[in-house]
Design a protein around this ligand. Structure first.
Ligand code: ADP
Length: 150
């Protein structure tokens, strides 16, 4: 069985993440959305809220699971016996950033990173833009799945 983890902060889940997860779930038997817990990072949404948004969005897709983890992604892959890391690419900045992480991860463990190119429709969406729109009372509903409601 081919399993991948999709690691990230998901603060909050966006239509960009949703698109990558849906497409990833067609390539892999199981996509485990892994919410990284970083004690030094300030989040807009609590871990419970972020997890609930994702669980609700994929309630009808039994190939998608949601977990939380601490520490290195490759250590977590080893712990749950997963061979693939799924990541999304939006632009050259994402590529440069992801390339360094993927090389480092491959030095640390025999884990392959698989990249999916963002869909044209969602290529401009990021959690940080969504948070900015929310903070300034804008209409964020076009940028996130229906499960993300405040
Ligand atoms: P991080 O905290 O690691 O930046 P995010 O929660 O922002 O995590 O994103 C997790 C993954 O989702 C990353 O691979 C990121 O490139 C991808 N992603 C985010 N937004 C989009 C989008 N609009 N289209 C495609 N991939 C995306």
């Amino acid at each position: 069985m081919k399993r991948a983890i999709f690691p990230g902060s998901f603060d909050p889940l966006t239509l960009g993440h949703y698109d990558i997860i849906e497409r990833g779930a067609k390539l892999f038997d199981e996509v485990i959305i892994a919410i990284g817990v970083n004690a030094d990072k300030k989040y807009m949404f609590t871990l419970e809220q972020r997890k609930k948004f994702i669980e609700k969005a994929f309630a009808n897709n039994n190939r998608v699971k949601v977990v939380t983890y601490k520490g290195l992604t490759v250590d977590f892959c080893k712990e749950i016996n997963v061979d693939f890391i799924l990541r999304g690419l939006r632009n050259p900045a994402d590529f440069e950033f992801e390339k360094a992480i993927a090389h480092t991860n491959r030095d640390l463990a025999p884990v392959e990173t698989v990249f999916l190119l963002t869909s044209a429709k969602t290529s401009y969406i990021s959690s940080s833009i969504v948070r900015d729109v929310i903070r300034n009372n804008g209409d964020y509903t076009k940028l996130v799945p229906k499960s993300v409601r405040i």
